[in-house]
Design a protein around this ligand. Structure first.
Ligand code: FEO
Ligand code: CA
Ligand code: CA
Ligand code: CA
Length: 581
């Protein structure tokens, strides 16, 4: 790896330059007036003048190691749904370890923005076999695998408020489940390709970590650690959950059927894997609309030493015709970020035949088509000069100015133990640009109070909320002791570009959990998931956490709503970025 494309060197250079940047306004600061969020057939609730960075609206809490969800004074929470709850008419269950959540108001297709009733799309990332299938060792039975298959994937949960409380509408025709057994169509260049054994439809979705919402109101669900289920590829079948060893892949499942972004229309149920976005450990997607109207999707490959990507569609977004946007993510160009040069490098077969044709340069894979490039994307992207970074988790776009924020969680192999949040500024403020600059927004460690940033969400003021993901085995110990349990922080963006941002501790989760999937329903309601409470439990009879049901119960990963004085400017509306003409 060349010095100018070495992430560790690049980070250290940026951190040491922070002092010189103080007080100097940088590109992007003047963009607020020229960019407004626009939403399909709806009035944007956020005006540029309203989108002002605020200070915290709460008194920060102290770090906590309690088996409880701790919030500042004036805030409270209600659990909406837990692992194992039945939520559809056909008796399907809410899965384990929820990650991304997305809010789809029940009346949104008619231009409404109900904060009282809607569809909550939730990813179920992975399973704790001890609680889900009672697995304690050996080869799994097919019955155990069936329970585990039912606990991953995507849920579309219909919820509404009754007498001030959220209830699940389990007799709703709109409530749907996509687990590891449901048939899902495949779209884009790899559909039907040899790499996928010719599949145009595959069995199931799994490893669904974070995701994103599109301006045409579909959900994008990201298949991340797919290798744990059926293995890495056709030549290395296996995987930590032992499904292959248990003989549970008799319907033609191969690892190449997973590791994609799945687009789901929560209102109709249509679901398609979008192969043009590449196959890797997909953490998330953040969508923007470029200056010429193309759809831009920012994505991270959350594996040590892997890359940041963006996809730019061939066709332009049509704000007046929802249907016209449905397959827009099937056609376009995928790029990988070179942070040393500040360039987006096309990850394409055409013109790169020689480089990609040599298997030793692409992880041993024989690359003979664009379908192969997309299927073995990480290897191809590295070979083309993608910067190998420190585990990009979430990416979000600031509604106030279009700046792209990336949470690099940590990378112990680089000696980066606490992670950073980086700000990427596209040249000309255009998300379709092929060149960019970047700086460091916030730095994890005892000085800031947080470690290992993961999911991000902006509020209507353009300020950032972030949840952390220190591994359960490291929490409250050694160099991670200062933070306590995994937590949620608020980081105002007012001084972005002038110094590293302070982080205010807003919430602390129960024992051994990670909080995930922050999503606003309106200016006073935040949806959040509590993933893997009590993860270090060895004996089901003696769990290390009893959250949320209390003493004597086993822990259950759940989704909840937090309400309180978040002090946001007006009505919340999901935010997308279309430059004004
Ligand atoms: Fe599933 Fe990268 O978090
Ligand atoms: Ca994550
Ligand atoms: Ca997010
Ligand atoms: Ca994580």
């Amino acid at each position: 790896m060349s010095e100018q494309n070495n992430w560790k060197n690049l980070l250290q250079h940026r951190i040491s330059r922070r002092g010189f940047l103080r007080g100097i306004s940088v590109a992007g600061a003047g963009m607020a007036a020229s960019m407004l969020p626009v939403r399909l057939a709806r009035t944007a609730a956020l005006s540029a003048s309203a989108a002002r960075s605020m200070g915290p609206s709460f008194t920060p809490i102290a770090p906590s190691s309690a088996d409880d969800l701790v919030l500042p004074e004036g805030f409270s929470y209600q659990v909406i749904i837990k692992r194992g709850d039945v939520f559809t008419r056909d008796g399907r269950v809410f899965g384990d370890n929820a990650d991304w959540t997305g809010w789809y108001p029940i009346d949104a297709l008619k231009g409404g923005s109900s904060a009282e009733e809607g569809l909550l799309v939730v990813n179920n990332e992975y399973i704790n076999p001890l609680f889900v299938s009672g697995y304690v060792g050996g080869v799994k039975t097919l019955d155990q695998v069936a329970k585990e298959k039912a606990a991953v994937g995507i849920c579309v949960v219909h919820i509404r408020k009754e007498n001030g409380k959220w209830v699940v509408v389990s007799d709703s025709p709109l409530a749907r489940r996509y687990d590891a057994t449901d048939r899902i169509a495949v779209g884009g260049p790899a559909a039907g390709s040899a790499a996928l054994n010719g599949a145009t439809e595959v069995i199931g979705t799994l490893a669904n970590c974070s995701g994103g919402q599109t301006p045409w109101l579909t959900a994008l669900s990201c298949e991340e650690n797919y290798q744990d289920y059926y293995g890495e590829d056709k030549n290395t079948l296996g995987g930590g959950y032992g499904w292959h060893d248990a003989g549970a892949d008799t319907e033609g499942q191969i690892p190449e059927h997973y590791g994609w972004v799945v687009e789901v229309d929560p209102y109709s149920g249509r679901a398609v894997k979008r192969t043009a976005l590449g196959r890797f450990r997909h953490e998330n997607v953040a969508i923007a609309i470029g200056k010429s109207g193309k759809v831009v999707a920012y994505m991270g490959d959350d594996k040590r030493d892997e890359c940041v990507y963006k996809f730019v569609s061939s066709k332009t977004y049509d704000p007046n015709n929802r249907e016209a946007n449905f397959d827009i993510l099937d056609e376009g160009t995928l790029y990988v970020a070179n942070f040393g040069r500040g360039t987006w490098v096309p990850v394409v077969w055409e013109g790169n035949e020689q480089l990609l044709g040599d298997p030793s340069k692409v992880g041993g894979y024989t690359i003979a088509s664009q379908a192969d490039v997309l299927t073995y994307c990480a290897q191809a992207a590295r070979a083309l000069g993608g910067t190998r970074t420190d585990r990009p988790e979430d990416i979000e776009i600031n509604p106030a100015n279009g700046d792209v924020y990336i949470a690099f969680t940590n990378n112990s192999s680089h000696g980066n133990f606490h992670g950073q949040i980086v700000r990427l500024l596209e040249d000309g403020g255009d998300h379709e640009a092929l060149t960019f600059s970047w700086d460091i927004f916030a730095v994890g460690g005892p000085q800031s109070g947080f470690s290992s940033p993961d999911n991000l969400v902006f509020d209507t003021n353009g300020d950032l909320w972030m949840v952390t993901d220190v591994s359960s085995s490291s929490l409250n110990k050694g160099i991670y002791k200062f933070m306590g349990n995994n937590s949620m922080f608020y980081l105002p963006t007012a001084n972005a570009g002038q110094g590293t941002a302070p982080a205010y501790l807003f919430a602390a989760g129960p024992v051994e959990c990670e909080m995930t999937g922050p999503t606003w329903v309106d200016g006073s309601t935040l949806i959040l998931a509590v993933q893997h409470p009590g993860e270090e439990t060895e004996e089901p009879a003696a769990p290390t956490s009893n959250w949320p049901d209390g003493p004597g119960t086993e822990p259950r990963a759940s989704v909840l709503a937090i309400t309180g004085p978040f002090n946001q400017s007006g009505k919340y509306d999901p935010l997308f970025y279309i430059p004004q003409a």
